[in-house]
Design a protein around this ligand. Structure first.
Ligand SMILES: CC(C)(COP(=O)(O)OP(=O)(O)OC[C@H]1O[C@@H](n2cnc3c(N)ncnc32)[C@H](O)[C@@H]1OP(=O)(O)O)[C@@H](O)C(=O)NCCC(=O)NCCS
Length: 177
């Protein structure tokens, strides 16, 4: 799996030993409630997430170069668990940043790199992403990265609240194809 690098960040695979740090970041309720999953309840749960959902060639830990700390997660994946339109040569982009690090451009900086990887290395034709309507910061990140809004509302179960929650869907075409 490839490590990626920007001016301030390194994107690298998750390691089992990252579980305590993942727990520290992902147990804060404001992360999962906006991304649609329940906050982590134990380091063991974080270990399990690293062993399963994060064990992918296209899911990266976002590491801040200045202190070597993980500050979030980014990547792209198959659309098997989300209710949004996504073709065979397309993937869903997903990301979150630890609360103490919001609004410093880290998500945008890392997602731009992920987009380049998806289009240059994986030769995907598009990335699709969605965000809850009451989480505009995520929509702003997608727009800054060039994603275009697909008109209409989509609904997905928010695993945090158990309720169907309205989402906006955005899409970025690979224009080099
Ligand atoms: C959404 C999230 C990933 C953004 O990460 P980030 O590193 O803060 O993003 P950036 O700093 O690159 O950009 C954030 C943008 O949103 C804007 N923003 C922040 N709060 C906002 C709000 N309430 N309304 C509108 N825009 C907002 C910021 O001003 C910034 O835009 P700008 O550069 O034009 O000023 C982060 O807030 C997060 O992890 N949230 C919880 C989990 C989550 O929502 N994941 C995505 C699920 S779809």
């Amino acid at each position: 799996m490839m490590e990626l690098e920007t001016e301030r960040l390194i994107l690298r695979p998750w390691k089992f030993e990252d579980a305590p740090r993942l727990f520290e970041l992902a147990s804060v309720p404001e992360i999962g409630e906006r991304a649609g999953w329940p906050p982590h309840k134990s380091v063991e749960e974080s270990e399990e997430v690293i062993r399963t959902a994060f064990a992918s060639d296209t899911v990266w830990a976002i590491v801040q170069k200045s202190d070597g700390q993980i500050i979030g997660c980014t990547g792209y994946m198959l659309a098997d668990e989300v209710n949004i339109p996504c073709g065979a040569k397309e993937r869903i982009a997903g990301y979150w940043i630890g609360k103490n690090y919001w609004n410093q451009g880290f998500c945008t900086e890392s997602l731009m790199l992920v987009i380049r990887h998806a289009f240059d290395e994986s030769r995907l034709s598009a990335l699709v992403s969605s965000h809850f309507v009451d989480n505009p910061a995520s929509g702003r990140v997608l727009e800054k990265c060039g994603f275009k809004y697909i008109p209409g509302l989509f609904y997905d179960e928010n695993l945090h609240t158990g309720k169907a929650h309205p989402m906006r869907v955005l899409r970025l075409e690979n224009t080099n194809k």
